[in-house]
Design a protein around this ligand. Structure first.
Ligand SMILES: Cc1ncc(COP(=O)(O)O)c(C=O)c1O
Length: 380
């Protein structure tokens, strides 16, 4: 630990210190590093995107902040754009500030609206560090980030086990929460048939289905939201990370049937849906559409997948720009070897999986640089 620092020493830092960033590049000590980590899936449009900078500046000049005590056109517009972008049926939006906060509200609503006290999640899933989100986070089981108990009864379904899902989902279950592509777990893409099986069991038993698209959403998986790739319609969906291109914000979306159970005062936040976040969310969606970034994700993702196995990589999983590269050696070693070649990747909860979560604006030249670096590292 740096004894001169007043920051709590709770993060193991990567071995470089960026001073600035532009496009998909991080600038650090004279180096230009290609960012395949994307600020943990947040930098969907990369860095210093002109439309984002322009929007932020214009909105800051026009109306910097107002709370939810007043209606705002800029907030209405963001909600309308997000509903147009999201899977059909999720017509109502509550804006919040972080992924965990959106999930916290989704889980709370599920218990309240169904009058039930049991939530199921999927083994190895990650949903955040607040009380309810931690209760359904696999790596926190028994620890819950220090809370003495969970706020509801929580259970876990083994991945891709439809039989287990059907046995566990019964009339006591308020909701099932899942990431269609499990990010923290190493970009593990759940089988579409498993997702459809869960959705059908939820419908049979009156349980709600919550899609946590905090990491997988906003075009990252080659569709606006990854759940669409399985043809499943969730009752609620949460999104954050790339939603504001780096400006902290999140959204909880829901069907009119879910929203019908809510009244004034049931949800609230000071900062959620503020003018700056709202303006940026609208611009993010506009740019993804205008620049056909989802097509770009699909094309370049296929090129990465087609090149595997390569160098230390044995196999690949995930979707779009949320990919897990299973390596012969520890992911941390591969991260360091790639960083020596000015390429930044992520790791995951699986010690042998390197995670790619680059900006949607990545170009073919950057993919070639990654593939060349992997080949250069070699299999050893
Ligand atoms: C799938 C998923 N859900 C929830 C969260 C929590 O989001 P936040 O860190 O914004 O609270 C994350 C963050 O990594 C995530 O990947």
């Amino acid at each position: 630990m740096n004894s001169a620092s007043h920051l709590l020493d709770v993060y193991p830092y990567l071995p470089f210190k960026p001073e600035s960033a532009e496009g998909v590049y991080l600038m650090a000590g004279g180096r230009r590093i290609i960012d395949f980590y994307g600020g943990h899936a947040v930098a969907g449009l990369g860095y210093g995107h002109p439309d984002i900078v322009r929007t932020l500046e214009a909105q800051a000049r026009t109306l910097f902040f107002q709370s939810n005590a007043v209606a705002l056109d800029v907030r209405e517009a963001a909600a309308r754009r997000l509903v147009d972008f999201a899977p059909a049926g999720l017509d109502l939006v509550f804006f919040a500030n972080s992924g965990a906060e959106a999930n916290e509200n989704a889980l709370r609503l599920a218990c309240r609206l169904t009058g039930r006290g049991r939530i199921l999640a999927i083994e190895h899933g990650f949903h955040g560090r607040t009380a309810a989100a931690a209760a359904v986070t696999w790596s926190a089981v028994g620890k819950w980030y220090g809370f003495p108990r969970t706020p509801f009864d929580a259970g876990f379904i083994p991945r891709n086990d439809i039989g287990a899902a059907e046995a566990l989902i019964d009339d006591s279950v308020a909701a099932v929460i899942l990431e269609p592509v499990q990010g923290q777990a190493g970009a593990f893409d759940l089988d579409p048939a498993f997702l459809r099986g869960i959705a059908a069991a939820c419908r049979r038993h009156g349980a709600l289905l919550i899609a946590d698209e905090i990491q997988s959403g906003m075009g990252r998986c080659g569709a606006p939201f990854a759940i669409e790739l399985s043809g499943v319609s969730p009752d609620m969906l949460t999104v954050a990370k790339a939603l504001g291109a780096g400006f902290p914000c999140s959204a909880l979306m829901m069907t009119p049937a879910v929203a019908a159970g809510l009244k004034h005062g049931d949800l609230g936040t000071t900062f959620g849906g503020g003018p700056l976040a709202s303006a940026l969310m609208s611009t993010v969606i506009e740019v993804i559409r205008r620049d056909r970034l989802i097509d770009n994700v699909r094309t370049l993702s296929q090129e990465i997948i087609a090149a595997m196995p390569l160098g230390p990589v044995q196999a690949v999983q995930g979707r779009g720009f949320l990919l897990g590269l299973r390596c012969r050696k520890p992911a941390k070693q591969v991260l360091n070897e790639l960083l020596e070649r000015d390429i930044l990747v992520g790791t995951s909860a699986d010690p042998h999986i390197v995670r790619l979560l680059p900006p949607l604006t990545l170009q073919r030249g950057h993919v070639h640089a990654l593939l060349n670096a992997l080949a250069d590292i070699g299999p050893g």
